[in-house]
Design a protein around this ligand. Sequence first.
Ligand SMILES: [Zn+2]
Length: 271
Amino acid sequence: MAWGYGWSPYVPVAQRRRKAILQMKKLRNKGVEVSPVRVEGRQIARTFWGKAWCEHLEKFSDYENRLPRGRTYVRNGSVCHLDIKKGEVQAKVIGSHLYEVKVKMKTLPGDRWKAMKERCGGKVASLLDLLRGRLSERVMEVVTDRDRGLFPLPKEIALHCSCPDWAEMCKHVAGVLYGVGARLDEKPELLFLLRGVNHEELVGSAQAGSVIARGKKGGKHKKLSDGNIEEVFGIELSPSPMNGKQHRTTLRNIRAGKGGRRSKKRMGRYR
Ligand SMILES: [Zn+2]
């Protein structure tokens, strides 16, 4: 297990966690909005998209030796903040001090996205299937293709950290790269935002579009309509109108890929 560089003093996990929590409190007190990466247990990513992201990065020899140092960082809660935008990831990582990490990424070239859409043509049945990674083998092959898929190539990524031992990839940056995998477990649509493409374009069936209610920000936040979900996906939600809380929870779980026998079966172990 990598605990950092050879000369780094050993810091128990509980101590690191406490430090991260204290740091987040300080930031919040200053009015800084923080969105920490939470990993429960040893698995960094559990869903199709989260695991595919981590596995993709580990395919590159440029990264494979340096990435493992980030696993401990992301697992012990040191990634205090992580925000994914179009072409960029901004993060704050607590080490000896609080460091700012920036990962810039080229958006997906138009011709690559067009070719992917053509190769997936009509084979993604719904937006829910896409986001939950409920895809045919053919589509999985297309989206995870090392060179022609959705994930960025090292040459399309520029990394930066404010720490003093910054050299290509420090443990803070490595932690953030794994943190992206963990975040994609919760919000897989952020992968498409990061690459600057509209995920709805991969969905072959027109019916999926009818259950998407666009958010105020023009599609960045999308919700499945409660009214149509039962009809479209053939599931029964809570019948009691008094039980609104439970109803929302169910929907949230569905969107987060929790619950449902099928998704549990798919959950492999990621390290
Ligand atoms: Zn660093």
